[in-house]
Ligand binder design. Structure first.
Ligand code: PSU
Ligand code: MN
Length: 300
């Protein structure tokens, strides 16, 4: 079977209950063994604590899995040569019976196929600094796949103004949850405005329902700033990020390897600092996404 939905996830979806999709590239390309699996399990736990069901998405042996079991998650977290899957990678991974982790783009595709309306991640991909032709497939997916993506904005390893321009071109509403500014992942502010600030979960649910009623096919980006206590101040982060970007340039890293390279380099250069912030914002986003899923489920 091409698509394998975990029975628990399927049962909740059938009732219109709250489900939150989760990506798996952060497990295979974002963090290292064994903390990657621990982090993924904690994210799932946070979703459950809010009363929603987590559905981590990946490809195992060419089969698309919606809702990894803990054993499958452990396997993926330790497997070698896992393909990082955005839209273009699906036919390859499926036809060749490969293991694949899904990016934001890849997870949106699968979430929409099975009727999951809300998806939590850390940060979306964007336009790379100095490589303006390198636009993450996440941005184009947001333009064509109707899923609400909850994130802490995009990392300052990216060109944030250009990223927001592409989101505008793609017709993606950028919502700030309790913020006027587009968050910059490790830090709460970027100096760039969101399209709309909302302060309640009910307002987010209304926006999702309005988009659905209009039958518009784009995603909705819900940005949530990292909690104040966990923030890595932009002034400190920027020095490290500039160094990582320069190193990537020097080493000639391009294409799908660029984002994982930059993430790892920032982590190395900052010690535990970037990782600590990254984990904190992932848990926070999962919590907000689960609350949105619950608000949506109770609207009907
Ligand atoms: N940003 C992060 N951590 C991540 C990613 C992005 O802070 O792990 C991952 C996500 O899965 C995202 C992908 O969808 O990288 C984007 O990769 P690219 O830039 O190659 O499209
Ligand atoms: Mn890219």
């Amino acid at each position: 079977m091409l698509l394998n939905i975990h029975p628990e996830v399927e049962a909740v979806l059938e009732k219109g209950g709250p489900v939150v999709a989760l990506e798996s590239t952060l497990i295979t390309h974002g963090f290292s063994i064994p903390e990657n699996v621990e982090i993924a399990l904690s994210i799932e736990q946070v979703v459950r604590e809010q009363g929603a069901v987590p559905a981590t998405v990946a490809i195992l042996g060419g089969e698309i899995i919606v809702g990894l079991t803990p054993a499958q998650l452990e396997y993926l977290g330790t497997a070698k040569d896992v393909r990082k899957c955005s839209r273009r990678d699906f036919p390859i991974a499926v036809a060749r019976y490969e293991d694949g982790s899904t990016t934001v783009a890849g997870t949106m595709i699968v979430a929409h196929k099975v009727g999951i309306r809300v998806f939590a991640t850390g940060g979306i991909g964007g336009v790379h600094r100095g490589h303006w032709f390198d636009e993450s497939a996440d941005l184009l997916e947001l333009g064509q796949t109707p899923v609400a993506v909850v994130c802490a904005g995009a990392k300052a390893i990216l060109d944030l103004p250009s990223t927001l321009e592409v989101l505008e071109t793609q017709g993606v509403p950028v919502i700030g949850y309790q913020t006027d500014e587009f968050p910059a992942f490790y830090s709460r502010q970027s100096g760039l405005p969101v399209d709309l600030r909302v302060d309640s979960l009910a307002e987010i649910a209304d926006l999702i329902c309005a988009r659905e009623a209009l039958d518009l096919k784009m995603g909705l980006l819900v940005t949530v700033p990292i909690p104040v206590a966990d923030e890595w101040p932009a002034s400190e982060a920027q020095v490290v990020i500039d160094q990582a970007v320069a190193d990537a340039e020097h080493e000639g890293v391009v294409g799908k390897a660029l984002t994982p390279y930059l993430l790892e380099r920032v982590s190395e250069l900052s010690g535990e600092r970037s990782k600590k912030a990254n984990i904190a914002l992932l848990l926070n986003n999962a919590r907000v996404a689960a609350q949105i899923a619950c608000a949506l489920a109770s609207e009907k």
